[in-house]
Design a protein around this ligand. Structure first.
Ligand code: COA
Length: 388
């Protein structure tokens, strides 16, 4: 296996993009990423594009072909990957595998979702497809409801409080203020979270990631080729790429308070990179709901099982904390156009490791980690990064 590096990155802002089409979002992110790499379109040998539910959201399928066409990349192979909210992370991993194996030297990886063209009810139904249709979606369980069950279980098992969960959202909104691409660039307080209405108890509006539009793209290059082509100025190497699976249905899980696939993927990633959780300088974790970030930081080994709520409330995951988590604003405040998220997380790692994150820069950042989850934890993808 060869080393693989990110040599270019680009994204649209996340939010409601009624003025831009699906194709325009792809073009904006893709062209920015190609331009950032300094490469020409002819240098790109394949495309891996994550997209969860474009058929339901905008009536468009065949996204692989659409991306190549839109970016003027025909006739190279271009493939869509779907793993619910982990579609972007899985696309990144498949692009990584293609380059690491020696099949290609340079590939483009993207993630796209346009979710705001349908009503919240229709978006909830489309997102519900990430869970088990028979025992969850068709029984009326939306994603806030499924994560509410997990949050309740964590509260019951470990005494985690709603205020501790609120502190995740407060921190992520605070970070998003400094992210020009974020959907919500306003600070909020624990009191505001507590007073926002229940969506699925104990999760309130401000515990939830929003429904968003957006696209993100990166260019991957074999590290030796990047060095030879003198593209290593900003190159960030992916030093671990792992993925694990768990049961689709919550009802079949061992318990509801931990995310096993994420823990397995994280353990394997640390082994692959030859590092420990304490060596990570910052992480982008999949905070689709505030409680999910608490379970994520436990699975990633940043704190002990059951202590994620307290760990967050004490400021350990803040920008100036022991392990800054979601410097981009996370899914909560940066927005969550589902398949774009996993790629946007990689872009945040690229920016942080190049000291290009502006006011949300983590001082002395050396090693970054991203954690992208599909469904209620059935797919988990972890990547670890360092400057080449
Ligand atoms: N955080 C902060 N503000 C939010 C928000 C969120 N998650 N969602 C909506 N808002 C704001 C909107 O900006 C809007 O503000 P405005 O009145 O000032 O313009 C207001 O709340 C109402 O927005 P609306 O779109 O009508 O909200 P909604 O009630 O239809 O949807 C949720 C709110 C929480 C139900 C929806 O965002 C949701 O389903 N989120 C979860 C998405 C999800 O499951 N993703 C997959 C995760 S695995």
């Amino acid at each position: 296996m060869r080393g693989v590096s990110i040599v270019g990155a680009g994204q649209t802002s996340f939010g409601e993009h009624w003025e831009k089409s699906f194709k325009e979002l792809i073009a904006e992110a893709g062209i920015k990423a190609i331009d950032d790499s300094g490469l020409a379109r002819k240098d790109i040998q394949a495309v891996y594009g994550g997209c969860m539910a474009s058929g339901r959201f905008i009536g468009q399928e065949h996204i692989g072909a659409l991306i190549a066409d839109q970016l003027g990349l025909n006739p190279i192979p271009s493939t869509r990957l779907e793993a619910a909210c982990a579609s972007g992370g899985v696309a990144l991993r498949n692009g990584y595998i293609a380059v690491a194996s020696g099949l290609y030297d340079i590939v483009a990886v993207g993630g796209i979702e346009k979710m705001t063209e349908v009503s919240t009810e229709d978006a909830s139904f489309a997102l519900g497809g990430a869970g088990d249709q028979e025992t969850e979606l068709f029984m009326g369980a939306t994603f806030p409801a499924l994560y509410a069950l997990m949050a309740r279980s964590h509260m019951k098992e470990f005494g985690t409080t709603e205020e501790q969960m609120a502190s995740v959202s407060v921190k992520n909104h605070k970070n998003a203020v400094h992210n020009p691409f974020a959907q919500f660039r306003t600070e909020i307080t624990v009191e505001q979270v507590m007073q926002s209405g229940y969506v699925a108890s104990p999760l309130k509006l401000l515990d939830c990631s929003p429904i968003s539009d957006g696209a993100a793209a990166v260019i991957l290059c074999a590290s030796d080729v990047a060095k030879k082509m003198k593209m290593d100025g900003k190159a960030v190497e992916i030093i671990a790429s792992t993925q694990a699976s768990d049961t689709l249905a919550l009802a079949h899980r061992h318990n509801l308070y931990e995310t096993r696939a994420a823990k397995i993927a994280a353990d394997q990633a640390y082994k692959q990179a030859g590092i420990k959780p304490a060596d990570v300088s910052f992480a982008e974790a999949h905070d689709c709901f505030s409680a999910a970030e608490i379970m994520a930081i436990e699975a990633l080994g940043f704190c002990k099982q059951g202590e994620g709520g307290k760990f967050t409330e004490q400021g350990n995951t803040a920008l100036n904390g022991a392990i800054p988590v979601n410097t981009s604003g996370g899914l909560k405040a940066c927005g969550h156009p589902v398949a774009a998220t996993g790629v946007k997380q990689a872009i945040e790692a690229y920016l942080q490791l190049n000291e290009m994150a502006g006011k949300r820069q983590v001082r002395g950042a050396e090693t970054g980690l991203t954690h992208n989850v599909g469904g209620s934890g059935a797919t988990a993808v972890v990547h670890i990064y360092r400057r080449l």
